[in-house]
Ligand binder design. Structure first.
Ligand SMILES: [Zn+2]
Length: 417
């Protein structure tokens, strides 16, 4: 059996195993795309798409039941740059270091990064003496090339893989970090990786936001259209086996509020590390393969929405001003689902270098402004939208002179003086 290359629109089967046994977890309404902020003109004709989370009771994959055309999601002007913050750059470079420290490679091995963005991850591989090639569909590819990271501007599928195989040696590493949940043509993607990877030494490395973290820490704001799948290790194991890969290592990493790095090989003789078994046992023993777990998750999300809305409305009744801090993709879900609109937040403050400045959030129509304005105006409250980096963000705001109070929206809404 193979996975399907999903069509766009409503899906009534599991994206990995094709089963139709899907448990509904939560309906989050209809929302706009997280990385398509709107210009003033676009506010009048904005598009939205259903956002529902379901779970396959056969292979345990948690997933959306609707696929938006990836050319709309990863449009050419997609605003995300992975090298934008120092801590994130360090985290991305940890991938190449981990592989160098734990596995053996030939001289001048090739590393291919799929969804390579501005080439930050590959710069790490270059440092570790790899030849590198990026594959990236958006215009950020041009920036990567300009900065000396060879990058093919294209979506990755079996066709682009064939083109690469004509020009390059077999890859000893293929990475898909934070994009492996985004791919709608899963079959074509897996066949492409298989074609390019060295059969003996090659490692296929994925890093994905880990479903255990999402559920245990109530990170429901990471549910958005770009993320078609939310991986536990179990469904990844099912998927890898379907294509002849064997998972040989898995570790939890801190990226994006808790991710899992999974290393797979086509070489069946490699013995898997103990981590693989340990993580699978944890998932099973904590009930992640039971429907009950997801009924509770759904109830917890609804409770959070009520608490957060009450807290913010309470502040607004006292005529205080609240400003959102940071505009990560994931905040779009939180704002839309909790009805936090431009009557509640005056605006959202972003760093001066942000590509989102002066645009508006989908659905809730809050304008994004330069943080200089925020420091000058000193509003009463700052709602921390990158709450998963909350401590750092709050310290940074205080250091730069913010005198008001903080609000953390998740996992339990609270005010910090
Ligand atoms: Zn399934």
């Amino acid at each position: 059996m193979k996975a399907k290359d999903s069509k766009f629109g409503k899906l009534n089967y599991c994206q990995v195993c094709n089963s139709k046994k899907l448990q509904k977890i939560i309906k989050m309404g209809s929302t706009g795309l997280c990385d398509s902020l709107l210009t003033k003109k676009q506010l009048k004709k904005e598009k939205s798409y259903p956002l529902n989370l379901v779970r396959c009771t056969n292979c345990q994959l948690i997933q959306l039941d609707y696929t938006v055309n990836n050319k709309e999601v990863f449009h050419l002007k997609y605003p995300y740059k992975s090298g934008i913050t120092k801590p994130l750059t360090n985290l991305l470079h940890s991938t190449s270091k981990y592989l160098r420290d734990n596995f053996e490679f030939s001289k001048n091995p090739l590393a291919i990064d799929i969804g390579s963005n501005d080439g930050t991850l590959l710069r790490g591989f270059k440092k570790q003496k790899f030849e590198v090639l990026g594959v990236e569909p958006t215009n950020i590819a041009k920036l990567a090339n300009k900065n000396g990271i060879k990058t093919l501007q294209s979506f990755f599928d079996i066709q682009s893989a064939k083109k690469i195989s004509e020009k390059f040696q077999k890859a000893e590493v293929i990475t898909g970090t934070n994009i492996f949940a985004h791919i709608n043509k899963l079959n074509s993607f897996m066949e492409g990786v298989k074609l390019l990877l060295d059969k003996k030494k090659g490692l296929f490395v994925t890093e994905s936001h880990y479903a255990v973290n999402i559920i245990e820490q109530l990170q429901y704001d990471s549910i958005y259209h770009e993320h078609l799948r939310f991986y536990l290790l179990k469904p990844l194991d099912v998927l890898m086996r379907m294509y002849g890969f064997k998972i040989i290592d898995a570790i939890k990493i801190p990226n994006y509020g808790g991710s899992i790095r999974v290393i797979a090989s086509l070489n069946q003789e490699i013995k898997p590390s103990n981590n693989v078994k340990k993580i699978l046992n944890y998932e099973r023993s904590k009930g992640f393969y039971t429907s009950k777990k997801y009924t509770k998750f759904s109830n917890d999300i609804k409770k959070n929405k009520k608490k957060l809305s009450d807290l913010l409305l309470n502040i607004k009744e006292k005529n205080k001003r609240i400003v959102g801090i940071g505009c990560p993709g994931r905040c779009i879900t939180l704002l839309a689902y909790c009805n936090i609109n431009n009557r509640i937040l005056d605006y959202i403050a972003e760093q001066s270098t942000s590509l989102k400045l002066n645009l508006y959030t989908p659905n809730t129509h809050i304008q994004v402004l330069d943080e200089k304005y925020f420091f000058k105006k000193q509003p009463d409250y700052a709602l921390i939208l990158s709450w998963h980096y909350g401590k750092n963000v709050m310290k940074n705001l205080r250091d730069k002179g913010f005198k008001g109070k903080f609000i953390l929206p998740l996992p339990i809404p609270k005010i910090i003086n």
